[in-house]
Write a protein that binds this ligand. Structure first.
Ligand SMILES: *Cc1c(COP(=O)(O)O)cnc(C)c1O
Length: 400
């Protein structure tokens, strides 16, 4: 049987059985619903996009996969070339992997080994944010900060090598002051912390982080697995503040197939570039650079550029703001909006109980978690469809 994610299998409700998907719609036997979650924020072009589907089919007719150990191929070459030009600054060195969690693991390993290669063995610590989410593998859980996902603290006790700070400049300055000699990196979900509760913060925090990282020689890692490709209203937050290492996942393939990329700048790459085999990056996921994933990712990036997705995202943000303007309810703590993300935080998680079924009956698929009711829609959504999603959220509060 299937063991479902984040579910108590004994009490979980029957999942909706999807038989087809097209555009923003998911289809069950009985109805169609707008996917307001974009399948965990990845399906930015909607389902069954003809260009993306064609790309993957054409590649499948050639070959689906060959390993990157000792082999290479055109889809991975074209994608890395494309990303090199598409990403800001000298973020040019692409290390592929099969999921966002692994992409973050690779980034953390890179940062640690970068200093080991330089002989700075004391730099074992990672600075991270409270409410951070970086994935579900062990090191990413350690760097993350979400007790609702993680029982690890109970089993293992205090984290030894990770320091968490809130998104406040004084806390940032203090942490650098105190720990800079033992830090190898500062990792953040820039501007928008997703799974930790759609928390939004100001770019000035990242600008200060960049300055401090430069001052103390610490690497800055942006986990843009969720924020990349427009979600914050910027193509990448890296367009505003340049990190040393950038991780992309989720929307990288337009949600067609799992893939991620850890992109290093020249300085980081150079820290491994040597005649000494011990200085090589010792990592190699079996399916890294998968040809189907790279083919569809290339087309996804091209569509993003050619069809001016940034203006689509700005329109989504405007609609979100307009529709939420003045909306209030005593059960709501705060409404947050940034780019293609809108989140209603309620005071008590119980307020959202039953919302999923309520939305389903109105033709919207939603998956609120804890105290957060949010929408991160596919960017191809029409104005009318988006208003349906937002009205459904508002009607939930009107109903009681
Ligand atoms: C989803 C997510 C990850 C993990 O990606 P997976 O593909 O699920 O392993 C890492 N970081 C952030 C910010 C995410 O939102």
């Amino acid at each position: 049987m299937i063991w479902y994610p984040y579910e108590q299998m004994k009490t979980m409700k029957e999942p909706y059985h999807i038989i087809d998907a097209e555009g923003v719609y998911l289809y069950t036997e009985e109805r169609k619903m707008i996917d307001s979650v974009s399948s965990w924020w990845s399906v930015i072009h909607g389902y069954k996009h003809p260009v993306l589907t064609a790309a993957i089919k054409e590649q499948a007719d050639r070959f689906s996969h060959v390993m990157l150990g000792g082999l290479t191929h055109e889809p991975v070459q074209k994608l890395s070339k494309k990303l090199e030009g598409f990403l800001p600054g000298d973020l040019d060195y692409c290390f592929f992997s099969d999921s966002g969690s692994v992409g973050v693991e690779v980034a953390l390993k890179m940062a640690l080994q970068y200093f080991v290669n330089k002989g700075e063995l004391q730099r074992t610590k990672v600075l991270a944010l409270t409410h951070a989410y970086h994935g579900d593998t062990f090191k990413t859980m350690e760097v993350g900060d979400d007790e609702d996902y993680h029982f690890i603290l109970e089993a293992y006790g205090e984290k030894q090598d990770v320091i968490h700070i809130p998104t406040e400049i004084p806390a940032l300055e203090e942490a650098f002051e105190k720990y800079h000699e033992s830090l190898n990196c500062f990792i953040v979900e820039p501007l928008l912390q997703g799974a930790g509760g759609m928390r939004m913060y100001d770019v000035s925090f990242l600008q200060r982080a960049r300055e401090l990282c430069d001052q103390y020689g610490v690497l800055l890692i942006f986990d843009e697995v969720a924020t990349g490709f427009g979600r914050t209203g910027n193509r990448f937050v890296a367009d505003l503040v340049l990190p040393d290492i950038l991780v992309l996942g989720k929307a990288l393939t337009g949600g067609y197939i799992g893939h991620a990329v850890t992109v290093a700048n020249h300085k980081v790459f150079d820290g491994f570039y040597s005649d000494d085999p011990d200085k090589a990056l010792m990592h190699g996921p079996t399916f890294m650079g998968n040809a189907l994933a790279c083919s569809v990712a290339l087309k996804s990036v091209e569509l993003f550029e050619q069809e001016d997705y940034m203006s689509k995202i700005h329109r989504i943000e405007e609609t979100n703001r307009r529709e939420m303007e003045g909306f209030e309810d005593s059960r709501i703590e705060e409404i947050r909006i940034m780019g293609g993300c809108v989140c209603i935080e309620v005071k008590d998680a119980a307020v959202l109980k039953g919302y999923q079924q309520f939305a389903y009956e109105r033709g919207v698929f939603a998956r609120p978690f804890l105290k957060y009711l949010y929408a991160m829609v596919p960017y191809i959504i029409t104005e009318e469809e988006l208003v349906t999603v937002l009205n459904t959220m508002k009607e939930w509060f009107a109903k009681k």
